[in-house]
Design a protein around this ligand. Structure first.
Ligand SMILES: [Fe+2]
Length: 225
């Protein structure tokens, strides 16, 4: 006759608890690796974007500045950390699609011909396509696609108007315009912050989202204190 094995509930519980703790550690490892992978891919894409900027002294550092400013504007608007991160990633990579635009067009000192302009205007769509295969950049891809939409519908690629433009894209647009205005270009010197601010106020409610402009002005004011 088989002898009955005495069960010790306390040791059963300890074993179960240890297994549970172990699975929590595995889950944490997976989460960390996932974020590391996400960061690594973001860094590689940023490397591509920087390689593009490095060739053009007028846009050097633009992506990083737009990313930092976009994040601050998103926070000022009270958006959650996940959205703030999406806005930051999209800010970093917003012009990555310019990789698909010939250098002769990117650096043309004079005005673009209608054909050249059409190629240039493809960069938000190309950028979204570059980023889209990475599942965790799905939201950022949407923001990249729409960063040249304008509040009054005059933007591209889809001519979206007002709130139909994703809020994150309206934020990146405001940061992008401010940084472009305060940076020198081959055809004009950099505007002072004061002049750039005045131009943003003029565009608020016209081509730029008024709320995003107000938030950006607030961020600048805090910076200058
Ligand atoms: Fe752009």
């Amino acid at each position: 006759m088989a002898s009955r094995v005495e069960r010790d509930p306390a040791s059963d519980y300890r074993r179960l608890h240890a297994a549970y703790q172990q699975s929590l550690r595995y889950a944490e490892d997976v989460r960390r690796l996932y974020h590391q992978l996400q960061r690594a891919i973001c860094q590689s894409l940023l490397g591509l974007a920087n390689a593009l900027e490095a060739k053009d002294p007028y846009t050097r550092g633009h992506s990083e500045r737009v990313a930092a400013l976009s994040r601050r504007v998103a926070s000022a608007l009270g958006l959650g950390s996940v959205v703030v991160d999406t806005v930051g990633q999209a800010g970093l990579l917003h012009d990555i699609g310019k990789i698909g635009v010939p250098e002769a067009i990117l650096k043309k000192p004079g005005p673009l011909s209608p054909e050249e302009w059409e190629i240039m205007r493809a960069h938000p769509v190309i950028g979204a396509q570059i980023v889209a295969p990475f599942e965790f950049f799905g939201d950022a891809a949407r923001v990249i696609r729409h960063h040249h939409e304008r509040w009054d519908g005059s933007g591209y690629p889809d001519g979206l108007v007002r709130e139909t433009i994703p809020l994150e894209a309206r934020i990146v647009a405001v940061a992008d315009v401010f940084d472009a205005l305060t940076s020198a270009r081959s055809y004009r010197p950099a505007l002072t912050r004061e002049a750039a601010r005045a131009q943003l106020v003029e565009e608020a409610g016209r081509t730029l989202d008024e709320t995003a402009v107000a938030a950006l002005l607030g961020v600048l004011e805090l910076e200058e204190r």
